[in-house]
Write a protein of this length. Structure first.
Length: 192
């Protein structure tokens, strides 16, 4: 028994002299672990998602043009998305880089919802890479349980596919997310 203990202690001594740090984790290793997990989570999430057109069919189409004054509400039940509010510029819209203001709408307090994002002139953005909004499987407009559902169904997959990617090019994984959570199509315009 003493022989095994001595061999183990000798190994620890050699490793410490050689410069190996046991028990110390590189500050980037946690990020790499999360990124690897994000990629796998993204692929699993993508494989389990249905046809996004079914979600879009249960949501209201956004306006193609809104007033550049960006009122807090728009006809049809649209309200400013607090995470991308023109009144808070420039400290807002981090998840929709390129957007100046976003609105949200849900036909019911549970289930799918729509998010529409606009540039500074009030023009609807259709390209997710330029800041477009997306359809949500679960609207965040509701009680705390509904907001948690939105987090699990829409926000965590976004981070897995578009933020925590290391082992695959981000456009590849993020495009998977946008394929299942597209911005949809706009119709009409409103000038208040």
């Amino acid at each position: 028994m003493h022989t095994i203990t001595n061999i183990f202690l000798a190994l620890l001594l050699v490793l410490s002299v050689a410069g190996f740090e046991l028990g110390n984790i590189d500050e980037n290793s946690n990020e790499q672990l999360m990124a690897g997990r994000g990629y796998v989570d993204c692929l699993i999430w993508y494989a389990t998602q249905g046809d996004p057109n079914k979600l879009l069919a249960k949501t209201k189409k956004p306006y193609c043009q809104v007033p550049a004054t960006f009122p807090s509400t728009l006809p049809g039940g649209w309200s400013v998305d607090t995470s991308c509010d023109a009144a808070k510029q420039p400290n807002t819209c981090s998840l929709h880089a390129g957007a100046y203001c976003c609105y949200r709408n849900a036909l019911k307090s549970t289930g799918p919802g729509a998010q529409a994002c606009y540039d500074k002139s009030g023009q609807w953005i259709s390209d997710p890479w330029l800041g477009a909004g997306t359809v949500d499987k679960e609207t965040p407009l509701g009680n705390i349980i509904q907001q948690a559902k939105h987090g699990v169904a829409d926000v965590i997959p976004y981070y897995s596919c578009c933020v925590l990617t290391l082992f695959a090019p981000q456009p590849e994984t993020c495009n998977r997310y946008y394929e299942k959570r597209p911005p949809g199509q706009c119709e009409g315009s409103i000038m208040v």
